[in-house]
Design a protein around this ligand. Structure first.
Ligand SMILES: C[S@@+](CC[C@H](N)C(=O)[O-])C[C@H]1O[C@@H](n2cnc3c(N)ncnc32)[C@H](O)[C@@H]1O
Length: 271
């Protein structure tokens, strides 16, 4: 199958290394999402934009063999690898599906989880409404978005900006002001989707790099890959040196660089 366009294409190309090079990032973030959702044995859960299963694997554990965990993702390589990784668990299915409008029966899930996906979608309000419709009455939904950027990490990100098309820089700035960028923005989306008992849980994950090269490999394996891919090829080598030098400057006495990933989990219940 041809790789998809846009951000799902970026993740299709990242799938082989996603959350597998450098420090764990998605797994500790997703673990908290799943814990807070308090999933019980026998429940039917959906993981939207499941990637390499950071949330899907613990969700599958929580529902057990009497439940069912479905992961959907638009990137075929993510689906292929995650289906392979979780093939021993009969309660899991992984398939290609579009988070913008999942082709699934309304009212067929006890729990919907979406970790680090909503902010990539062009219309987050419409997506959230579509996900809420998939829940049974009383069903729970949890969506994870990113909190404030670590200042040291933001300094590294800014090194990309002179090389990026202005439209991409503007889109990134718009994203920082959008509904997925604040607790109140996310909670408003939930209220507009008709969800109740809306609450936010904040978390912080420590992301430790032992050497500058590790950061570069990590950045290609995650969403930051979209920035690398937008930089003209002839600027890659120089930008890489600039990134390595900046990470080197931020090392502590032990030689490590630690970034703090602020995370927001927003929860609600379908009436
Ligand atoms: C940052 S990754 C998060 C993956 C996983 N949930 C995790 O926490 O590790 C974003 C995922 O969303 C997927 N994605 C992007 N747009 C999508 C869409 N319209 N429908 C389904 N998946 C999508 C990407 O392919 C990628 O796997």
């Amino acid at each position: 199958m041809d790789p998809p366009d846009g951000i799902a294409g970026v993740f299709d190309r990242a799938a082989d290394t996603y959350d597998a090079v450098g420090p764990p990032w998605a797994r500790p973030i997703a673990r908290r999402l799943v814990t807070e959702l308090d999933v019980r044995p026998g429940e039917r859960v959906l993981d939207v934009g499941c990637g390499r299963g950071a949330a899907l694997a613990p969700l599958a554990d929580a529902v057990g063999r009497t439940g069912h965990a479905l992961g959907i993702d638009l990137a075929p390589r993510m689906v292929q690898l995650t289906a392979r990784d979780l093939a021993d668990l009969p309660q899991v299915d992984v398939r290609i599906g579009d988070a913008r409008a999942p082709d699934l029966a309304p009212g067929s899930f006890d729990v919907v989880a979406a970790c680090l996906v909503l902010f990539f979608l062009p219309d987050p309000a419409a997506a959230l409404r579509a996900w809420a419709d998939l829940l049974v009455p009383g069903g729970r939904i949890g969506v994870t978005t990113l909190g404030e950027k670590d200042p040291g990490w933001a300094t590294v990100d800014r090194l990309f900006e002179p090389h990026l098309p202005p439209a991409l820089v503007a889109a990134r700035a718009r994203g920082l002001r959008g509904p997925c960028a604040s607790d109140s923005g996310m909670e408003q989306l939930y209220q507009d989707a008709g969800l109740m008992d809306v609450r936010t849980v904040r978390d912080q994950v420590s992301v430790d790099f032992h050497e500058p090269e590790e950061f570069v490999a990590f950045s290609w394996s995650h969403g930051q890959r979209s920035m690398w891919e937008a930089v003209p090829q002839d600027a890659h080598a120089r930008l890489r040196e600039e990134v390595l030098a900046e990470i080197g400057r931020q090392r502590d006495a032990s030689g490590r660089v630690t970034f703090v990933q602020n995370v927001r989990h927003t929860f609600g219940v379908r009436p």
